[in-house]
Structures are given as structure tokens and as C-alpha cells.
Write a protein that binds this ligand. Structure first.
Ligand code: 3PG
Length: 209
């Protein structure tokens, strides 16, 4: 697997309430050009959703997000998650993620958190919650003092605001749920997910995003 932040300009964040939607949603993302999905462990359906994606969709890298309790890391790994994402980095959750042996994208919102994760060997971090924690201006301000770190800002980002992040030298990609709107997932409108994904990638290539 290439570096997690180099697979795609966007890590789609999925909140799935029905595991039956898991495979069609990631296939819709793939059809739009994104072969990567982070399934958040915020719903009872999440682990089964990861299991189905891992078992049934070969050409998409699936990971687990919102890992906030130690037991979730092992459960996600057992279901077939290929990476783990945490919103922050408590010692116990961090160690449980390490114990799986999977790549981790740990979350940081402050310079001290970013420095602590760098001391643990991480050069790629999630910046969360991106919009509320300071947005592109914050990341631009820390690029000088923390030149070795690359970020995936996530939290409150839209197709429109993504460009403000993606043009920064310390941003490798952005994360967010806007490609998989809850109403489209609930209605089974997978064509909309494909269209949103394709439009976003087209904008990225054109330099508009
Ligand atoms: C996450 O879990 O990474 C974020 O909550 C996703 O944020 P968004 O829904 O605002 O894109």
C-alpha cells in the first residue's frame, strides 16, 4: 500500500447506519475515482461494514476511523481494516492501535500533540477538528516550526473549502464526509456519490481544489 496520504487527495469519511450500504457506497466512490474509505466506528453497523468491504471489494483500501476505545482497534483489524484513524491520541488507544500492526493516522489539534506524535515516529497526522481548530491559517502557521510533518485535515471541510487546505505545503490530502451525504446513503443514491467524487477529483486536477 502506498503512503496513506498519497493514495488520493481525499479520504472519504463514511458514517454508515446500515451495513448493507457499505459495499455500494465504496463502489460508488471507486467508480468516481477514489479507492479509499474510512469507516467511522460511530455506528453499530461499522464493524460489519468494514468486514463486508474488506471481503467483497478488492480494489479499495478500507480503514476504520473514530477509534476512541482500545478494544475498537483490534475489532477493526479483525474485520479487515487496513489502517486506523484516531481523532486524538490517548495513551491506551494509541497503544492498542500500535498493537494491531496496522498503519495509523493519529489525530492532533495542537503543536504539542503534533510534537508528541512526531516523537513516536509519525510524520503523517490527521489535523482534527480542522475547521474549528483554526483551518488553513493554523496549518500554514505551523508549517515553519514543524517542517517534517504532513497533515490530513478533517472536520467541517467541504468540496468548496478543501482547496484552501490542499494548496498548503504541509497538507497531503483532506478528509471528510461530504462525498457521502447521509441522505444519499439512506436513499441508495449511489450515483450521486459517484458524481460528487468525480466532480471533486476534476476540480482537484484543474487546480480549483
Ligand atoms: C471525522 O470523523 O474525521 C470527522 O468528523 C469528519 O468530519 P466531517 O463530517 O465534518 O467531514
Amino acid at each position: 500500500m502506498p503512503g496513506l496520504l498519497d493514495i488520493s487527495p481525499v479520504i472519504p469519511v463514511l458514517v454508515l447506519h446500515d451495513h448493507e450500504a457499505a459495499v455500494p457506497v465504496v463502489e460508488a466512490l471507486r467508480d468516481g475515482g477514489v479507492r479509499l474509505a474510512e469507516v467511522t466506528l460511530r455506528t453499530p453497523a461499522a464493524i460489519e461494514a468494514i468486514r463486508r468491504i474488506a471481503a467483497e471489494v478488492e480494489d479499495v483500501v478500507v480503514g476504520a476511523g473514530t477509534v476512541v476505545a482500545p478494544h475498537q482497534a483490534a475489532a477493526a483489524a479483525k474485520a479487515g481494516a487496513e489502517f486506523l484513524v484516531t481523532p486524538g491520541s490517548s495513551d491506551q488507544v494509541y497503544q492498542a492501535c500500535r498493537d494491531t500492526g496496522l498503519p495509523i493516522l493519529p489525530g492532533a489539534a495542537t503543536v504539542s500533540e503534533a510534537m508528541s506524535l512526531a516523537e513516536r515516529g509519525h510524520s503523517e497526522l490527521k489535523f482534527f477538528p480542522a475547521e474549528a481548530a483554526g483551518g488553513p491559517a493554523y496549518l500554514r502557521a505551523i508549517a515553519g516550526p514543524l517542517p517534517g510533518l504532513r497533515f490530513c485535515p478533517t472536520g467541517g471541510i467541504t468540496a468548496e473549502s478543501a482547496s484552501g487546505y490542499l494548496r498548503l505545503p504541509n497538507v497531503a490530502c483532506v478528509g471528510g464526509s461530504w462525498l457521502t451525504p447521509a441522505e444519499a446513503v439512506a436513499a441508495g443514491d449511489f450515483a450521486r456519490i459517484t458524481a460528487l467524487t468525480r466532480d471533486f477529483l476534476t476540480a482537484c486536477r484543474a487546480g480549483a481544489t
